[in-house]
Design a protein around this ligand. Structure first.
Ligand code: AMP
Ligand code: ZN
Length: 115
């Protein structure tokens, strides 16, 4: 999608601190980190929210994003300590970028319930 900031990041039209890339996915450091580890994992395919996931068609992709999040958590040394995966959907959740992403957050104690 032409005006999507995360599409542009995955196409390297906007610079980012790249953490991981493959054919399906892209991971980069959040520009405004909320924890010592705050990495975003996105599909290269433009999907605005989790509500737009297509049953069947996107099942593999979603599993893949979780796999990459796990890999990042292990590499950053937060897997055993604990980490949080967050996907916001629509305004009340706080979603600001309408290209689905997994926030990989860790390196500090996470509070519950979230704000
Ligand atoms: P959300 O509010 O769940 O939609 O998350 C969007 C996230 O994208 C926020 O944590 C922002 O800090 C982050 N973000 C926005 N623009 C950029 C960018 N150009 N590079 C890296 N992270 C970004
Ligand atoms: Zn996009």
């Amino acid at each position: 999608m032409n005006d999507c900031v995360f599409c542009k990041i995955s196409q390297k039209k906007i610079p980012s601190k790249v953490v991981y890339e493959d054919d399906l996915s892209f991971a980069f450091e959040d520009i405004n980190p909320q924890a010592p580890v705050h990495t975003l994992v996105i599909p290269k395919k433009h999907i605005p929210t989790v509500l737009d996931l297509k049953e069947g068609e996107d099942d593999h992709l979603i599993g893949h994003l979780f796999k990459i999040a796990n890999k990042i958590a292990k590499e950053r040394g937060i897997a055993e300590r604990g980490f949080r995966l967050v996907t916001n959907c629509n305004p009340e959740s706080g979603q600001t970028v309408y290209h689905i992403h997994l926030h990989v957050l860790g390196g500090r104690h996470m509070r519950w319930p979230p704000g």
